[in-house]
Structures are given as structure tokens and as C-alpha cells.
Design a protein around this ligand. Structure first.
Ligand code: ATP
Ligand code: MG
Length: 283
């Protein structure tokens, strides 16, 4: 049995649950539960505040955890980062009031900076040899300058809209974060085997993310060109059609490139293009 700690509610909860479901681990999304067992895989879910996840993993209360890299770095507990999960992306940045006349890092010398990430901030300031006062605030850091509590803030930014609405400008991007799978590094043989299974499935979930299956009819003499447009995993699958001189071509493309590829394929004579969702890719 493996115990996995995930955030009980908040920004990472839904995507953590969705990811586990995607890899065939049926977890409850009951927000009131503290502990629940998956129906179809020997894992138990432990629902916690994200702040507590690095600690419970490092002391072995949970074998694995899903948490932001920012929390792992800030808390400083001894855990192993097993895999980056590609969601919950954000950065921690220094931001100052728009009217502050920011002119470079030296601006922070002797200033007061409000943050919920004192350890990451003090390591950064130290590396730049800047002496500033750190005011630890746990919520609504962005209002600190207007409230006169600090001159600047060091906080999580994703779209930047919170900064704009508080008349702040992001001036230094310091730490990049995303959700990560962490482990205690002290797993039994049986737990290691379960972790291997999870990693294998995660690999396939990551590979298929953002991919589409595309198939079309194409004149025989355009196949070579189509192959260069659609490299696919090995190469596209080409099958002859009943009508002379035509083939059916199947491939996998990145969703980001889909419309570009479609225009290129149409230009070389592709017809009847179908685009389908992919459930799983097992590399
Ligand atoms: P908890 O109650 O579990 O302590 P919280 O309020 O500390 O929750 P959330 O706001 O739910 O935390 O954010 C959880 C994590 O989501 C952050 O630590 C960070 O890794 C990630 N994240 C991604 N984008 C953002 C964002 N725009 N603002 C805050 N966190 C973000
Ligand atoms: Mg928290």
C-alpha cells in the first residue's frame, strides 16, 4: 500500500485528482475526507493543506505527495522530486508599486519586503548581496505596500492580474514552480514497485497530453511530402485506398501545431481530414 498526500482544496486539488484518475487510480474527490482508499489500486489518499505535504512525505507519514515545487523549496524538508507534473505552473517574483521608480535590484537595499516565502527570498537576496527586511505574511501579500506594511512584495504570479489590480509591477522573476510528485526516498520493495507502475502510467499520460490523432486521404505521389510535414512517433502509417493513386495516412500531431499542419496538408492535396482525441499513448 502506498499513501499519497494531495492538497485537500485549492488550486492543485482538482488537477491532482484528475491526473490520478487519468492513470487509472480512482480517487474520491470528497473534500471533507482526510483519508480515503482508491477503489482499484493499492493506494490511500491523504488530503492536507499544501504547506504540510513536504513534511508528511519527509517523515514517512505519506510515501508520496503532489505539491508545488515552491512549497518543497520553501519548507526545506528532505524529499526526493520524482517527477515534474506539468500543471500548477507559476513563478515567485519581486514586485514594487508602479510609482516606486524601480531602477534595478539595488532598489531593494534597506527596503521591507512582504512575503509568504521567506526562505526562498532570503536565499535570493543573499545571492545578490542585498540586505532587506523580510515581513512574513501568510495571506493577501499583494495589499502589503498599500497598507504600509512593506515597500515591496515577493509573491506568486501566474497571469499577473492581481499585481495590476494592486498597482504593482513585477520587476524580478526569481523562482519557477509547477506541481511535482515527491517521495520520501524510503520506500519498501512493494512500494517501489507500485511507484514504478505509477511512473509508467504518468509517462504515458504526459506523452498523450496535447496530442491529436489525424487521418486523411492523400494522393500517392504526395506521401513523401506529407511524411515530412507529419513526422509522428516513428513515421506516419500509410495504407492504400481502393481508388487507384490514393492512400489513407494516419499520424499523431501536437495540438499546438494542428492548424498549421492541416493547411500544409491541404496544400499538397489531402482530403477528408479527420482529427480525433487520443485516450492513451503507451510509448
Ligand atoms: P492550502 O489551503 O492548501 O494551504 P494555499 O492557499 O496555500 O492552499 P493555493 O492558492 O491553493 O494554496 O495554491 C496551491 C499551489 O498552486 C501554490 O503553492 C502554487 O504551487 C500553485 N499555483 C499555481 N498558480 C498559482 C497562482 N496564480 N496563485 C497561487 N498559487 C498558484
Ligand atoms: Mg498553503
Amino acid at each position: 500500500m502506498l499513501r499519497i498526500a494531495i492538497q485537500s482544496k485549492g488550486r492543485l486539488n482538482e488537477e491532482s485528482t484528475a491526473l490520478l484518475r487519468e492513470i487509472g487510480i480512482d480517487v474520491d474527490d470528497s473534500k471533507r475526507k482526510f483519508l480515503s482508499t482508491a477503489r482499484n489500486f493499492p493506494v490511500e489518499m491523504l488530503y492536507l493543506r499544501d504547506d504540510d505535504i513536504p513534511q508528511v512525505v519527509s517523515n514517512g507519514t505519506a510515501s508520496l505527495g503532489i505539491v508545488g515545487l515552491n512549497e518543497v523549496e520553501e519548507r526545506g524538508f528532505d524529499v526526493k522530486i520524482v517527477k515534474k507534473l506539468g500543471f500548477g505552473n507559476c513563478r515567485i517574483s519581486l514586485a514594487v508599486p508602479k510609482a516606486a521608480g524601480y531602477d534595478g535590484l539595488q532598489w531593494f537595499e534597506g527596503k521591507r519586503i512582504a512575503t509568504s516565502y521567506p526562505n526562498i527570498l532570503s536565499a535570493f537576496l543573499k545571492s545578490k548581496d542585498i540586505h532587506a527586511e523580510i515581513e512574513v505574511i501568510t495571506g493577501s501579500v499583494e495589499v502589503a505596500p498599500a497598507a504600509g506594511i512593506a515597500d515591496a512584495i515577493f509573491d506568486i504570479v501566474s497571469s499577473g492580474s492581481t499585481l495590476v489590480s494592486n498597482a504593482l509591477v513585477e520587476v524580478e522573476k526569481v523562482f519557477w514552480s509547477e506541481a511535482v510528485l515527491i517521495s520520501s526516498g524510503h520506500l519498501s520493495l512493494e512500494q517501489e514497485e507500485l511507484l514504478d507502475k505509477i511512473l509508467f502510467r504518468l509517462e504515458s499520460a504526459t506523452v498523450s497530453r496535447g496530442k491529436k490523432y489525424i487521418l486523411m486521404n492523400i494522393p500517392q505521389d504526395a506521401v513523401d511530402k506529407a511524411t515530412t510535414i507529419l513526422p509522428a512517433m516513428r513515421s506516419p502509417t500509410v495504407m492504400p485506398l481502393a481508388s487507384e493513386g490514393w492512400c489513407s495516412l494516419h499520424s499523431v500531431v501536437d495540438e499546438d501545431e494542428l492548424w498549421d499542419k492541416i493547411s500544409q496538408l491541404k496544400a499538397i492535396g489531402a482530403e477528408g481530414i479527420l482529427v480525433l482525441n487520443i485516450d492513451k499513448i503507451i510509448p
